[in-house]
Design a protein around this ligand. Structure first.
Ligand code: B1M
Length: 213
């Protein structure tokens, strides 16, 4: 197997044996984020495909997630850091009912490395908790992540609850089940502030930078 194929296969197999050495080798050739977005994400897509076909069980997908998390943790210190003045404070959460947090945590790393102060509320965050934390932390923007189809709908409800609580800070949304169109036609109309869709973590950073300009 090539290095790239081996990296993808650690994620697919849920195995960490040899992972660190191969990540170090990959770092000689690629930027950390390209390793994540390239071979590691390819592995994760394959996991998603196998899981969908009932060829993997949840416990196995969990091991794949562990490999992804360990890889991101190993690559993180090698990522480019932009030690600028604090550009703003962003609160992040995976919406109510959803446990997927790898994407959200990647967004956290990228924003934190680029001048943002992050308040990460974790997973399965109900609107009430988000509202309470918003009032305590006064962030400049709220980032919502969700991967399940029902999470897209949950974002609509969350936007309504935030609006009813008088909150109108910009909202950044992302995650596999969402689309730009859904964001524009279903979430944004339920909110008084701007609602922006990020297709990936770098897009999230670009949008945050536009908001803070
Ligand atoms: Co789940 N899962 N999962 N899962 N899982 C999916 C999402 C699924 C598509 C797999 C499939 O069937 N093909 C499917 C969803 C089906 C649907 O609703 N349409 C699914 C399912 C069904 C489930 C369960 C219901 C399974 C079960 O229990 N029967 C269950 C749900 C539990 C719950 O949430 N209540 C479940 C559980 C799990 C695990 C716990 C085993 C594990 C998660 C571990 C963890 O996150 N700690 C898991 C995993 C790993 C996946 C897949 C395989 C991979 C997700 C991932 O981490 N990708 C996933 C299939 C897939 O996506 N191919 C799947 C890597 C990550 C970096 O990408 O999160 O998309 P992602 O983030 C991207 C962008 O989306 C974006 O940036 C990132 C890249 O730069 N982004 C943002 C994300 N959030 C953002 C926020 C932003 C900006 C950008 O601003 C705020």
């Amino acid at each position: 197997l090539t290095l790239e194929e081996r990296l993808a296969s650690y994620v697919v197999e849920g195995s960490k044996e040899g992972l660190i050495a191969d990540l170090d080798e990959a770092l000689q050739k690629y930027a950390p984020l390209d390793i994540i977005n390239g071979p590691l994400m390819e592995g994760m897509s394959e996991v998603g495909r196998l899981f969908n076909n009932n060829e993997l069980i949840v416990a196995e997908v969990l091991q794949s997630a562990e490999v992804m998390k360990a890889s991101v943790a190993h690559l993180e210190p090698h990522m480019e850091k932009n030690e600028s003045a604090v550009k703003g404070k962003i609160m992040l959460a995976t919406v109510k009912g959803d446990v997927h947090d790898i994407g959200k945590n990647l967004v956290e790393i990228i924003l934190a490395n680029n001048g943002y102060e992050i308040v990460n509320l974790g997973i399965k965050v109900p609107p009430e908790q988000l509202i309470e934390a918003y009032r305590a932390e006064k962030p400049d923007a709220i980032g919502l992540s969700g991967l399940l189809v029902k999470s897209a709908q949950q974002m609509v409800l969350t936007a309504q609850d935030l609006r009813n609580a008088g909150i109108d800070a910009p909202i950044l949304v992302g995650g596999a089940a969402l689309t730009r169109k859904f964001t524009k036609t279903r979430i944004a109309p339920e909110y008084d502030g701007v609602v922006l869709y990020a297709k990936d973590a770098m897009d999230g950073l670009d949008l945050a930078n536009k908001l803070s300009d």
